[in-house]
Design a protein around this ligand. Sequence first.
Ligand code: NAD
Length: 540
Amino acid sequence: MSEKRSAELLHDPRLNKSTAFTEAERERLGLIGLLPDGVETMELQLLRAHRQLDAKTTDLERYIFLSQLLDHDETLFYALVMSDPARFLPLVYTPTVGEACLRFGHLLRRPRGMYVSIARRGRVRDVLRNWPEKDVRFIVVTDGERFLGLGDLGANGMGIPIGKLALYTACGGVPPEVAMPVMLDCGTNNQENLRDPLYLGLRQPRPAREALDAFVEEFVCAVSEVFPGCCIQFEDWAGVDAVRLLARYRDTTCCFNDDIQGTAAVALAGLLGAVRVTESTLSQQRILFLGAGAAATGIASLLCQAMVSEGTSEADARARIWMFDKSGLLHSQRQDLEDFQRPYAQEHVACTDFVTAIESISPTAIIGVSTVGKAFNRRVIEAMARKNERPIIFPYSNPTSHSECTAEEAYAWSDGRAVFASGSPFGPVRVAGKTFVPGQGNNVYIFPAVGMAVYATKAKRVTDEMFIAAARGVAECVTHADLDVGLLYPPQSEILETSLHAATRVAEVVRARGLGGVPLPENLGAFIRSSAYRPHYSAT
Ligand code: NAD
C-alpha cells in the first residue's frame, strides 16, 4: 500500500478506525508513526467521545462535535449515537437540527450529501454520477421550503436529510453507505438568507410550480437510471408540493413522504397503544379531530384504512371520524370545505363550540392538530372525562407552545384517567399519587423501520398498508409495564429493537403483496436482523 493510500485511510470516515487500528494493521498499511502508539478499543474511544461531549456547554456545540465525528470516523459516530439513542436523538435531529439549519452556512465544516441545483437542469444524471457510492438505495430529498415550522430555509435545509438519514442508520439499521442526502436547491424566497454573505445556496427566487415539477421529474428519472431500485423519501416540502408529488409518484416509483405517511402512522401507533389500555379496538373508537388540515386528513385517511383492514366497511370507518376546524364542526352543509376535507363532513347541525361537539358526538378520542396551544382547556378535558372512563387525549401540535394541552393538564383535569400522547415531549408528571410517563408521537418510531424493510426487501413500492403494518409493529413493542405508567410508545432507548420488529411487519406486507425485489425467506425477522448495520470496526 502506498504512503498516500495509508493517509487516505485515516481521512476516509467509512474506513477510518483511528486509534483502534491494530499494531499488525498499522505495520501492514503503513500507518506506523501516523497515529500515537496506544492501540485503543472502541470502548475507550467512546469514553473519550463522551468526555469531549460532556465538556461542551450547548447542544449546538454538541451537534457540531457529532457532525465532525461523522466526518472523521463514521463507525464511532454510530456506536456513540446507538449507545444511548434517547440522549442523542435530540442532538442529531430535532430540536437541535433546527437551530443548526438556521445557521447552516455559518457552521459548515465539510460539505456532506449531494446538492443538485435547479441551475443544473438538463444534466442531473451527470451530477448524480459524481456520488462516490454506486449502490445507493435510499435518498432523503428536500427542497428546504417547509422546514419543521421554521419556513423556507433554502439550501440550509440540507441538515434535515443528513440528520434524518443518520436516524435511518442509528434507529433502523439501514447501512450508511447506501444512503444519500439530497438538497434539490431551487433557490429561496427567504430574504434573510439572500442577504447573508455566508448563505451557501442558489441566490434566486423559487420557481413557479411547472418549473419545479419539471425539475423534480428530471431528478426522479435520473435517480431511477443512475441508482435503480433506490427509494426516495420526500422531506419537508411545502404542503401543496408534498401532496402533489406524492400523488404523482407513489404508484410508479419507490417513494414516500414521511411528513404525510410517517406522521399518520405514528398517530395510528399511538391509538393502537391506547385501545390496549381501554380494552377496545380501533374500529370501536369515535375520533374527533381539532384541526382539519394536512395532518388531520392524513391521519384520518390511514385510520380509515386501518379500520377497514380490521373488517369495518369504509362507510362505517368514515362515520367514526369527525373533524372540527376554526369555523366549527365539518358537516355536510358547509360550503367552505376543500375537496380533501369533504370525506370527513358528517350529517350534523352546525356547531361552533368544541365542548358542545364533544357532548353531541361522544368521542372516545380527541386528536389536536390545530396548531392552537391550550385549545384542550379544562372544559374540554372534563367533558371527555365525563363521557369516557379512559378518555384518549392526543394533543399533537408542535412545538410545545402550540400543544393543545400539557400532559399535566390532561392527567390533572381527568383525575389521572386520561390516556395521553403528544406531538411535543413532556417529562413525567405526578398526579393523584401516581407518576405518569407521557409518550411522544415522534416519526422516528416509523420511518427508520419502513426504510429498513424497504432496503432489506428491495421493495418496489411503499404503500399505506406498509405504514399500517409499521404502526402495528410499534404498538406491539409497548409492554404492559409501559402502559401501566401511561406510555403508549416504546421507550426511545429501545428504538433499534422496536424498528427491527416494525420492519419485520412491513416486510411481511412486502412479501404478501409480491413487492419484494429479492426472494424473501420464511423467517423475515432473522432476515431483517441479519441485514441491519451494526457499528463494529471490520478487519482492514
Ligand atoms: P394545517 O395548517 O394544514 O391545519 C391546521 C388546521 O387547524 C386547519 O384545519 C385549521 O382550520 C385548524 N385550526 C386553526 N385554528 C383553529 C382553532 N382555533 N380551532 C379549531 N381548529 C383550528 O396544519 P397541519 O400541517 O395539519 O399541522 C397541524 C399541527 O399538527 C402542527 O402543529 C404540526 O406541528 C402538528 N403535527 C404534528 C405531527 C407529529 O406530532 N408527529 C405531525 C404532523 C403535524
